[in-house]
Design a binder for this molecule. Structure first.
Ligand SMILES: Nc1ncnc2c1ncn2[C@@H]1O[C@H](COP(=O)(O)OP(=O)(O)OP(=O)(O)O)[C@@H](O)[C@H]1O
Length: 249
């Protein structure tokens, strides 16, 4: 069968599942200019299909955070093109990028990034506030999401009263608040012990399956990498071995 012929088993759902939600095309990014310039990304290309969990692996300084930030619309690459759900990020102004980050993308950070004076439920409600959702709807949705991440009984606790793993669960619930298409997670388990880190990665895995979200996660942790559908490896700003995470060395 040639590539142009439709597959006999193709359905709209399957085709949608095969559509890339993120396309990174020959992306370069430098900090500074002249002889002092740091070339963090040197021609990175890859695609992420809808509903995939991709692990972005690479040594410290290989460009992972730079790439995650650019895919998340936090900055503009100095070369190349990034599209999210068919939209070229370069075509969006600051307001458009802000709306993309608020409405379509959830972020999870190594340091959790919760607001200490707010309860878990209020933290989860923050992105919904930015979308001006009514208070009642916010509260209900925050409780549903906290139940989803296993924290139904902790809604009224503040971050300081929660363990690191629980705080990261709140952060995952917050990332889901506006029903994003894509979650970008930068070393989400970096401050957690092995077992807790694995439970966070399993949570992300479950979110991909249950909520049809796509996840791009930067991690060093081999225990987490095995839970990914695919690994993208960066070395010195270049991709070295994209491919299926089939357990082969
Ligand atoms: N704002 C910046 N200004 C100048 N150089 C930067 C800046 N941000 C990152 N860099 C440089 O770009 C390169 C890639 O950094 P990046 O943070 O993307 O790597 P990383 O793979 O995420 O590393 P880590 O695992 O340590 O977080 C590094 O050489 C870094 O020093």
């Amino acid at each position: 069968m040639t590539q142009n012929q439709p597959s006999p088993t193709a359905t709209p759902e399957r085709e949608a599942a095969g559509t890339p939600i993120v396309v990174v095309d020959d992306v370069h990014h430098s900090f500074g200019s002249g002889p002092q310039a740091v070339h963090a990304l040197r021609g990175v290309s890859f695609e992420i299909r809808r509903g995939e969990l991709i692990a972005l692996r690479g040594r410290s300084g290989s460009g992972k955070t730079t790439l995650l930030n650019l895919v998340g619309g936090l900055g503009t690459p100095t070369g190349g093109r990034i599209t999210v759900d068919g939209t070229d990020l370069a075509s969006l102004g600051e307001t458009g990028l802000l709306a993309l980050r608020r409405d379509r993308i959830g972020f999870v950070f190594q340091s959790f990034g919760l607001i200490p004076v707010l309860t878990a439920a209020e933290n989860v409600g923050v992105p919904m506030r930015l979308r001006r959702l009514p208070a009642k709807e916010r509260e209900e949705r925050a409780r549903t999401l906290l139940a989803l991440v296993g924290l139904a009984d902790h809604a009224e606790q503040r971050p300081g009263e929660l363990s690191g793993g629980q705080q990261q669960r709140v952060a995952v619930a917050r990332a889901l608040a506006n029903d994003p298409d894509l979650i970008i997670a930068d070393e989400p388990t970096g401050q957690l012990d092995l077992e807790t880190g694995r439970s966070i990665m399993e949570l992300l895995r479950a979110v991909v399956r249950g909520k049809d979200v796509t996840v791009l996660v930067a991690t060093h942790d081999p225990n987490l990498i095995e839970l990914a559908d695919r690994v993208v490896e960066l070395r010195d700003g270049r991709i070295v071995e994209p491919g299926a995470n089939d357990g082969t060395p």
